[in-house]
Design a protein around this ligand. Structure first.
Ligand SMILES: *Cc1c(COP(=O)(O)O)cnc(C)c1O
Length: 399
């Protein structure tokens, strides 16, 4: 590591709170690659945690950001801005739910909005407020979304947490039935659990949740913050199942690389959140919205949903080949370009080995290596990447 990276990391460690443990300083990105402060290049299969879905420095997105930045960077919701309005129209159209959108700035805030909407609706529908969420799920870092995230590493030390959540086991409909009580108003889940280990819901389970919601007059909320916006090969991961949620949330890739979150409702819930009961100063930021609209245009015009399915399948097959070769690898799971490699060892160890080869990946829990490459990943890029994975596994386990 040269002086530049060392210097920045030194300041970082001294002055930035240690909530993260990064070791690389990034300076630029292009397509599926990023470059560090010393000029070393990496394939980025983290996409900035599922954000850079159309690749770094995408021309259409950059031009949209530049034009909007020159015109109007912010105006608050005391006024209407065109990009956010058109993005709302587009999201409603893509969802097919006929509802409306609330914009905010992050995934946690989008889920907070969903929780607040569910409570407001529940207050008027039988005085109900409790939301069933899932073990190994992840919904964000605000206090309410931490309470919704049934994982000790997220909750420990933050008592007292907001009340109003009950936990069930993912892909186990009987445990959901057991968690539902008099005060239950909603069930909130990820269609593919991300942080919790890249675990897709089974078809049967999602349909079971929908049926329970219908039977007991509960809202079905799908957290699409990670799996949504094309990553699994459909615009929203729930569209890969034969169900429709009442509410769903977006963030990560939504703003084309800029911060943006959204809550999308069906028609029946479109006017539950009214002035002045919910708001966000930056929500619907025009630059983020312009970037998001450009990202949608890129996904549509370059056929990136189809690409996520096609290239995702090729990557999955390659990973399955490694599972067949090494006893230390247990399985591949996920959907589209949201893939997890389940390992017997610490996933961190593999992520470090991949980094040494020049491939950036994530962990998801202790034993899953997670791959979230840009959806622009081409078949031609795969050969190089698979060689890197092969070398990293050989280094870790021996040939
Ligand atoms: C990342 C994530 C969140 C939180 O999003 P932030 O923008 O970090 O607040 C919520 N839900 C899921 C499924 C996520 O992956």
């Amino acid at each position: 590591m040269s002086n530049k990276s060392q210097e920045i990391l030194g300041i970082y460690k001294a002055k930035v709170m240690p909530t993260y443990t990064p070791s690389i300083v990034l300076s630029s990105g292009k397509g599926i690659t990023v470059r560090d402060a010393d000029g070393r290049s990496y394939y980025d299969f983290t996409s900035g945690i599922g954000v850079q879905s159309v690749g770094y420095g995408n021309k259409k997105v950059v031009e949209a950001i530049q034009a909007q930045a020159a015109a109007l960077t912010h105006c608050s919701n005391l006024f209407v801005n065109e990009p956010a309005t058109l993005l709302a129209e587009k999201l409603v159209e893509l969802s097919g739910l006929g509802g409306k959108v609330f914009f905010c700035n992050s995934g946690a805030e989008a889920n907070e909005a969903a929780i607040k909407l569910a409570r407001k609706w529940g207050a008027a529908n039988g005085g109900r407020y409790e939301i069933v969420t899932f073990r190994q799920g992840f919904h964000g870092r605000t206090l309410a979304t931490v309470a919704a995230t049934a994982q000790a590493w997220c909750q420990d030390g933050y008592d007292p947490l907001p009340v109003g959540f009950a936990y069930a086991d993912f892909n186990d409909i009987e445990s959901v039935k057991a968690a539902i009580g008099d005060k239950t108003v909603a069930i909130m889940l990820e269609a593919v659990q991300g942080e919790g280990g890249v675990m897709p819901a089974t078809d049967e389970f999602i349909k079971g949740v929908r049926a329970l919601c219908d039977e007991k007059n509960l809202l079905m909320i799908v957290d699409e913050v990670q799996a949504g916006f094309g990553r699994t090969g459909t615009w929203f991961a729930w569209q890969g199942y034969d169900v429709k949620p009442d509410l769903f949330t977006l963030a990560k890739a939504l703003g084309g690389g800029l911060p943006m979150g959204a809550l999308v409702s069906n028609a029946a819930l479109a006017d539950v959140l009214t002035a002045p009961s919910h708001a966000s100063t930056f929500g619907g930021n025009p630059v983020s919205a312009a970037a998001g609209l450009a990202a949608i245009d890129v996904i549509e015009s370059e056929g990136l949903l189809e690409n996520a399915v096609k290239v995702g399948e090729l990557l999955r097959e390659a990973l399955q080949g490694f599972v067949d070769k090494y006893d230390q690898l247990l399985a591949v799971r996920g959907k589209g370009l949201m893939l997890g490699l389940v390992v017997k060892c610490e996933a961190k160890e593999i992520v470090e080995a991949l980094k040494s080869q020049g491939l950036l990946a994530l962990t998801a829990g202790a034993n899953v290596v997670r791959f979230l490459p840009p959806l622009t990943l081409a078949e031609d890029d795969l050969e190089d990447v698979i060689d890197m994975i092969s070398d990293a596994l050989d280094c870790t386990f021996g040939e």
